[in-house]
Design a protein around this ligand. Structure first.
Ligand SMILES: Nc1ncnc2c1ncn2[C@@H]1O[C@H](COP(=O)(O)OP(=O)(O)O)[C@@H](O)[C@H]1O
Ligand SMILES: [Mg+2]
Length: 244
């Protein structure tokens, strides 16, 4: 579904990605790993056409997205459900209204249907009781879960994109987020999770990409990841022994 063909991207003179290539099918469970500032979020923005590569091609479902207009890109973005790192809810709306907002914006549902759908979605992530709360009253984990269902509310994506979904969240909530990520991909919908926390990536993903110095230095399964001779990944893996 997604192919990067020698994609390079720089912010000004700072090269963030250098000739990065990979192909990901819509049903794959992929983690993109790398240190902070390594270009992970940049990859997600490129997939959505929010920024354009300096060179190389990005092909989504067989189509090069580079020449696309804003309108055409909107159709591409609808294929994905994205939860950005900031994952921010609207401060001034309560939980229920936050989720309903997307339904009003993107669908033609009646208020009654919206109400039913919002309850169903919030039940799915176990925050039904918090429906009337304001975002500031939620724990970090609940906040993230509401942000995930809000992005699910409007349409059926082919694939989910998560940017650091477990960052800044306590371990119990991380486990809930991981379970939600797996639940949502049960019917064959894949995801890309971008994270600098290998521990969490191992909980959900089957395939692992690793970026280092703007380059994709590893692309393999769990077994290959565990047995890699790449020193930088071993350093990452060592975190496991301290934190697990
Ligand atoms: N809008 C921007 N303008 C300039 N530099 C940016 C911008 N966004 C990100 N960067 C820089 O690009 C590099 C990669 O960023 P990013 O993709 O966000 O990394 P990651 O998500 O892996 O932490 C970082 O050094 C970051 O400071
Ligand atoms: Mg990032």
């Amino acid at each position: 579904m997604i192919t990067f063909d020698k994609v390079s991207f720089a912010y000004g003179t700072q090269e963030v990605l250098h000739e990065v290539s990979f192909s990901i099918n819509a049903d794959e469970r992929v983690a993109i790993l790398g240190g902070s500032g390594g270009g992970k979020t940049t990859i997600l923005k490129l997939i959505l056409g929010l920024i354009r590569p300096d060179s190389g091609k990005i092909i989504i479902d067989g189509e090069d997205i580079n020449g696309k207009t804003e309108d055409e890109l909107r159709a591409v973005r609808m294929k994905f459900s994205i939860v950005f790192q900031e994952g921010a809810l609207f401060d001034s709306l309560n939980v229920k209204e936050n989720v309903a907002f997307c339904l009003r914006e993107y669908t033609k549902m009646s208020e009654e249907e919206i109400d039913r759908k919002v309850r169903e979605l919030l039940r799915l992530v176990g925050v039904e009781q918090a429906m009337e709360l304001m975002p500031e009253e939620l724990s970090g984990g609940m906040h993230r879960r509401v942000a995930i269902v809000r992005s699910l509310a409007a349409y059926e994506p082919q694939m989910f994109l998560y940017d650091e979904p477990s960052t800044g969240i306590d371990p119990v909530n991380v486990d809930q987020i991981c379970r939600l990520i797996l639940d949502l991909s049960k019917d064959g919908k894949g995801f890309i999770i971008v994270t600098h926390k290998i521990v969490d990536a191992l909980k959900v993903a089957e395939r692992f990409l690793f970026i280092k110095n703007s380059r994709m230095v590893f692309d393999g399964n769990r077994n290959q990841l565990t047995n890699t001779s790449i020193a930088d990944i071993q350093v990452f893996m060592n975190e496991l022994h301290y934190k697990a």
